[in-house]
Design a binder for this molecule. Sequence first.
Ligand SMILES: [Zn+2]
Length: 688
Amino acid sequence: MTDTTRNPLLDPWQTPFGLPPFELVRPAHFAPAFAYAMRMHAAEVDAIAEGREPPTFANTLAALDRSGRELGRIERLFFNLTASETSTELQAVEREMSPRLAAHHSAIHLRPGLFDRIDALHEGKSTLGLDREQLRLLERVHLDFVRAGARLSGTARARYAAIIERLAELTTRFSQNVLADEAGYRLVLRNERDLAGLPEGLRSAAREAALARGEADVWVFTLSRSLIVPFLTYSDRRDLREQAFNAWVRRGENAGEHDNRPIAREILALRNEQARLHGYPHYAAYALVDRMAGTPKAVAALLEQVWEPAKARAAVERDTLGAMARAQGETHPIEPWDWRYYAEKARKARYGFDDAALKPYLTLERMLAAAFDTAHRLFGIRFVERPEVRTYHPDVRTFEVRDRDDRQVGVFLSDNFARPTKRGGAWMSLYRPQSRVDGETLPIVVNNNNFAKAPAGQPTLLSADDVRTLFHEFGHGLHGLLSQVTYERLSGTQVLRDFVELPSQIFEHWAFEPAVLQRHALHHATGRPVPEELIAKLKEARRFNQGFEAVEYTACALVDMALHARADPDGVDISEFERAELERIGMPREIVLRHRLPHFGHLFASSGYAAGYYVYMWAEVLDADGYDAFVEAGDAFDPAVALRLLRYVYSSGGTLDPAAAFRAFRGRDPVVGPMLAQRGLVDERQPA
Ligand SMILES: [Zn+2]
C-alpha cells in the first residue's frame, strides 16, 4: 500500500489505550479492511486445520482462541458504530458486509478437518491433563462447532451455510427498518394547549429534540422510549396520546419498504429449517440446549408461576385506574394509551409520590458517580476520567479503570444520550474483551443509554426508571471490566444467555439502596440530599403498577416461546400470530406487549434472544435471591458476600458452569420466592 491508500483500520492503532482511531476511520475503509482481515483469519485457521502434528490443546484450542484478532477488533468497532453513531454510508456497508461476515464465520466452523481435531480432543478430554478453564473451553468450543453445523455433511452442510448467511442479511434489515420508522416519526407540538400536563424537564427535552432536528420554536417527540413513555405518562391530551401511542406500537408494521412482517416470516422459516437440520422439532428446542433452563418445559414452568397472578393484579390496577378516570369526570374505558397516564395519577394520589419531585435529585452526573462508587465499595475499583481522549462523538466520556493496587484493569466508555444516529434501548458492548492467552489484554467496555439530553448549561435529570437502566447496563459493564480469565472465548459476558442478566440485574438493587441515594442523590440546585421520606415513598410506590409491568413483560416471553416452538416450516404472519396467541393466553385488552413482534429486536435483530426473552425473568430469580445474601448479612456492601460475588460471578466469565457458579456464590441453589415477592406477586394482601 502507498501512503495515499493507507487504511487506518489495518495500521497499528497508536492511540490511548489502543482505542480505535475513530477520527481517521471512514465508512469506505471497512470493506477492504474486512476483506484483508477475513483472509488473515482464514489463513490462521488453515494452519491449525492442516497441522501435521496430532491435535493438542495448545495447537488447536489455544491457537483457535488466538486467531482472528485483527478481524475481531474491526468487527467490534464496526458494529459499535452502526449501533451508536450510524450513517447512510455505514448502513450500506452493513447491508453488504453482515451476510459476508456471517458466511465467513460459518465457513470457519465448517472448515474441513478442523472439527475432526476438536472432536478428537473432546473424545479424549479426560486424558489430556487439562485444568478447569481449559476443559471448559474445550466443552464450549466443541458445542459451538456442533451448533454451527460441523457434524452435518453433503447438501445439508451447504444448505446450513446458506441459511446462516441469509439470516444475517434479514436480521440487519429488520433493525434498520425499526430505526427508519423511529427516525421517520415526529410529533410536533406548537403551543401551550398541545403541551398540557407535560412537566418542565420533559418540555426542555422535547425542545432539545426539536433543535437536534433543525426546528426552532416547537417541541418534538420522537419514538425514543425516553421521550415517548414520559409523554404518555403526563400528557393531558388524550387525542395526542392515542396518536403517538399508535405510531409507537406500529413500528415495523407499516406497509412499504420498511415493513418487517415478510422479513420476520422468512427468519422464522429459516430458523425452523436450521433446527430440523440439527434433528430438533423446532427452534425453541434447539436454542434451549445451550441455556441454563435446558428445555422449553422449564421455561414454561417459570412463566406459569407469574402469568396468572400478574393478570389478576393487573385487573385490580385497571379498576383503580378506571375509578381515577371517573373521578375526573371521564366516561371512556381505560385504553392502552390511558394506562400510564392514570397510573401516574393514581400513584401520586395513593403514595403521595411524584416522579417529577424526585428528578431534581437524580442528575446523570451524580447517578453515574453513584454507580462508580458502588463498584468501588463492592469491588475496590476506581474510575478516572480521561477527558483528553477523543472518541466517535463528543458526548462520549472515557474513564480509565484502576484496581485497589492502582493497576489499570480496563477502559470504560459512557455514551448516554439519545440521538437520531443511535438505535433505541440501552446496551453494553465491547471494543476489546479481556484475555491472557496472548499476554495481558485489558477490556474496553462501552455502555449506551438513550437519555434525553438537557439543554446546554442545564443538568440532565433522570427518572427512577432511567437510574435503574443506568445501573443495569453498568452491571453488564462490570461483568466485562472485572473479567479475569485466560481465553477470550470465555471472557466476561461470554456466559449462557440466561445467566448473562444476573450481573446486570443484581446491580440494579444498589440504585435504590437508601445508603446510596442519601450519599449521591443531591438536589442539582441546592446540593441537599434527597429527603428520607421521598425515598420511603419511592420504595412504596415501586410496588404500584407491578401487575402491568409483569403482564407486558411475561406476555412477550410467552409469545416468543410459542412463536419459536412452532413446527411449521413456512414461518407465519407475525401480526396475525401475535393477535391469536394473545387471545389464547387471555392478554388484558388494556395492555400491549412491551415489544410487539414487528419491532421485537431481541428476537429478530439477531438470534441472541430468540426463544430467549424469558432470560430476564430467569435471571431475576437469581438476582432477587442473590441480593438477599446481602440483606441476610445485614449490609448492602458486606465484604465477604461481595468477594464471593466478584469471584464466582463478575470475574469468572464463562469458566464456570452457571448453576455451579451461583451455588458457589450463594451457598445453595436459587429459590423463586424472592423474585415473586419482589414483584409483589405472592402476598395478595398488598394493595394494588
Ligand atoms: Zn441486560
